[in-house]
Design a binder for this molecule. Structure first.
Ligand code: S3P
Length: 434
């Protein structure tokens, strides 16, 4: 599959039904990695089967970690305290920066030497922000010029550090906490504003207490981990595509079961509600292994949307949902302003420029200037043939746009949706969109 064409849902046709979105990608990466560090079997229900999480799985397998998946349950046979095996080949992080950055922390704190490499897109993404503090902890790290992958990590007996981060990055924070668990002393990370806190929530399930004081989070190194049982809630970043799709197509009603609504991730829900979206949120119980990640059942119907402003402090809580929110803004009443989007330039593509260009090619009025994106709503979009620059979130945004845009919208490189949402086209078809 590469090129996929979506037609505007004509009068009388709408999106209807219930979808189970994939397990949360961020939580899935962490569950595999922490499971690999704890001695014994960790049981994970609902792991994301996305390409991105598959990259973490591939890296861990090369480090001697046995992982098996049957139906909904994945079991990781953790190797215990600094117990990873020396890899015999390059660790392939594919297109996943989360895999690369989190595994850097893992390698750094194990007595192994490994090289992490990725695809063309990942090879352009900055790794210095993670390498610099890991080096201060005692790891030896070499990278390509410009602090780009491939990244060679020689692990060592590390010492905890107190790191003040210039960016709110959960990948950076998590990499250091992962290294910190297997270091001497305390490792702390202070962020300019709170990024997703899945690692902090998950570590106690593996027997590692975490202290939080405002924007500073700390772990004590050298404590024994224990294996865990956990359930991964549905990925709100995937659910966001249906929240917007149903909002845009008249007559739609879509239900989404068991979606994670961690407050450090749920900014998009709040922005959509501010825009006037008809989204109902009811708490959902994921069962006895639910852990500490809140989940909800979401129900969304069509609504007339109005413009919204998004402030820089909100951005870390909705960074991955900017493309689909920008599509919603393109068809809303008034002018929306998204500020502080600099980090979007360092995603799977230069997502800030790519997003503005993609929306414009569908007839939207979108302008990126500096770190901001201004969007003036238009009454309707026009279908076109577009490229998503290999970026899964841009591809899904374009496919959702196609449901509301006049005529046909073709996305050239739609197979990239597998990076986060392998069943996207099946779900689109199940809801009546294809
Ligand atoms: C992620 C953190 C965010 C996010 C990415 C997943 C994570 O990246 O955009 O999709 O799982 O930690 P940054 O840490 O670069 O902000």
């Amino acid at each position: 599959m590469s090129k996929v064409t979506v037609k505007k849902l004509s009068a009388g046709k709408s999106l209807q039904g219930e979808v189970k979105v994939p397990g949360d990608k961020s939580i899935s990466h962490r569950a595999l990695i922490l499971g690999a560090m704890a001695p014994g079997p960790t049981r994970i229900e609902g792991l994301s089967m996305s390409d991105a999480v598959g990259s973490t799985w591939t890296c861990l397998r090369e480090l001697g970690v046995n992982i098996v998946s049957r139906a909904e349950v994945t079991t990781v046979s953790g190797r215990g305290w600094r117990g990873l095996a020396q890899p015999h080949k390059t660790l392939d992080a594919g297109g996943s920066a989360t895999s690369m950055r989190l595994v850097m922390g893992l390698l750094a704190s194990n007595p192994v030497a490994g090289t992490l490499a990725g695809n063309e897109s990942l090879s352009k993404r900055p790794m210095g922000r993670v390498a610099e503090p890991l080096r201060r902890m005692g790891a030896i790290i070499d990278m390509a010029p410009g602090d780009l992958p491939p990244v060679e990590v020689r692990g060592a007996a590390l010492n905890g550090i107190d790191h003040l981060s210039a960016v709110a990055s959960a990948q950076l924070k998590s990499s250091l906490l992962i290294a910190g668990v297997q270091s001497m002393g305390v490792t702390s990370v202070t962020e300019p504003c709170l990024s997703r806190d899945h690692t902090e929530r998950m570590l106690p399930l593996f027997g590692i207490p975490v202290e939080r004081e405002g924007l500073k989070v700390s772990v004590q190194g050298g404590l024994r981990m224990s294996p865990a049982r956990l359930v991964v809630p549905g990925d709100l970043s995937s659910a966001a595509f249906w929240l917007v799709a149903a909002s845009l197509v008249p007559g739609s009603k879509v239900r989404l079961a068991g979606v994670g609504v961690n407050p450090t991730r749920s900014g998009a829900l709040e922005v959509l509600q501010r825009m006037g979206a008809d989204v109902r949120v009811e708490p959902a119980d994921l069962g006895e292994d639910a852990g500490t990640e809140p989940a909800a059942r979401l129900e969304v119907g069509h609504a007339k949307l109005s413009a919204a402003d998004v402030a820089p402090e909100e951005v870390p809580r909705l960074i991955d949902e900017i493309p689909i929110l920008a599509l919603a803004a393109s068809l809303a009443d008034g002018i929306s302003l998204f500020r502080g989007l600099g980090e979007l330039r360092h995603k799977e593509s230069n997502r800030l420029e790519g997003l503005a260009g993609l929306l414009r090619s569908l007839g939207a009025k979108a302008e990126a200037s500096g770190d901001d994106l201004a969007i003036e709503g238009v009454p309707s979009l026009k279908g076109a043939s577009v490229s998503a620059s290999g970026d899964h979130r841009l591809a899904m945004t374009a496919l959702v746009a196609g449901l509301a845009a006049e005529g046909e919208t073709a996305v050239d490189d739609a197979s990239c949706v597998d990076a986060s949402y392998p069943g996207f086209l099946k779900d689109l078809s199940r809801l009546g969109g294809l």
